[in-house]
Ligand binder design. Structure first.
Ligand code: NAI
Length: 262
């Protein structure tokens, strides 16, 4: 039997790296993307992840490019299909925070467009293209039921007026999950949202002290930082087919942050 194939955006570090390792353990061949490839530095980024992933006897194809750029998405699809000819799991993980936090009354169109293009438009059209490929696979008969996973954030339901455009982009992905879940159910393609809480990665390293304090004070019922592996385990459960009748489901991996408490 051929190995299943996962495409993971933003796989060079943090949450995406954790997901790549988890799916490699499950025997997936992987197409991992990031903004940059650094061939001169084989210990970092996608090359480090490639070495780690391939220690599980699967293949890892690294692809660089800006997810917001239609040409880069086209190249990514070409490289993916020429390497493996199929995609069974798509994980839309790549995303950015803000270059500068500004109050919603001050924030700029430039920042809004940057975040929307990367966090929202990129996954929308990448998923459209990959979903059409998955439908072809299903029609031809496939041994693996495909699935699509969107990584959102507690910011999709929690207002932070000093990073409004990030919150709006993540709320948009929540709706994207529902839309694709509805549209793709007839083909047996499951679509899921995983909503991470505060996860220890490069993205959050700049606000480490602030969140150390908030977590210690009880911001989250489970008083610890989340790790990339926490998100990866949820992706792993979907990839293993354990949630096959739950399309459109939101999985909160946030230490209980989403609970209303009194
Ligand atoms: P990170 O900053 O450590 O890694 C981001 C990854 O996305 C990198 O591989 C980077 O190359 C890639 N990427 C960034 N911009 C890109 C672009 N324009 N085109 C292609 N790839 C691009 O981030 P982290 O923390 O691992 O976050 C991953 C996802 O999880 C993001 O969507 C983020 O919004 C979300 N998230 C993270 C949380 C956290 O606490 N770290 C909490 C909630 C959600």
């Amino acid at each position: 039997m051929r190995k299943p194939v996962a495409m993971i955006t933003g796989a060079s570090r943090g949450i995406g790296r954790g997901i790549a390792i988890e799916l490699a353990k499950q025997g997936y061949d992987i197409i991992g993307t990031a903004t940059k490839l650094t061939p001169e530095d084989r210990d970092k980024g996608l090359f480090e992840v490639k070495d780690r992933v391939e220690s599980y006897a699967v293949n890892f194809v690294p692809v660089a490019g800006d997810i917001a750029d239609p040409e880069a998405r086209k190249r990514l699809l070409q490289e993916a299909f020429s390497a493996f000819g199929r995609v069974d799991v798509l994980v839309n993980n790549a995303g950015v925070g803000l270059l500068k936090r500004l109050d919603i009354l001050e924030t700029t169109e430039e920042s809004y467009d940057r975040v929307m293009n990367i966090n929202l438009k990129g996954p929308f059209f990448l998923t459209q293209a990959v979903a059409n490929q998955m439908i072809r696979q299903v029609k031809q008969g496939t041994e693996y039921a495909p699935s699509v996973i969107f990584i959102t954030s507690i910011s999709s339901h929690t207002a932070s007026p000093n990073r409004a455009e990030y919150c709006v982009s993540k709320a948009g992905i929540s709706m994207m999950t529902k839309l694709y879940a509805d549209r793709l159910a007839e083909y047996g393609i499951g679509v899921f949202e995983i909503s991470p809480g505060i996860i220890a990665t490069d993205m959050t390293s700049v606000v480490k002290d602030k969140y150390d304090k908030l977590i210690a004070e009880g911001l989250t019922p489970i008083k610890r930082w989340g790790q990339p592996e926490d998100i990866a385990k949820a992706v792993g459960a979907i990839a293993e087919g354990r949630l096959d009748f739950s399309t459109g489901q939101v999985i909160n991996v946030d230490g209980g942050f989403h609970l209303r408490r009194l």
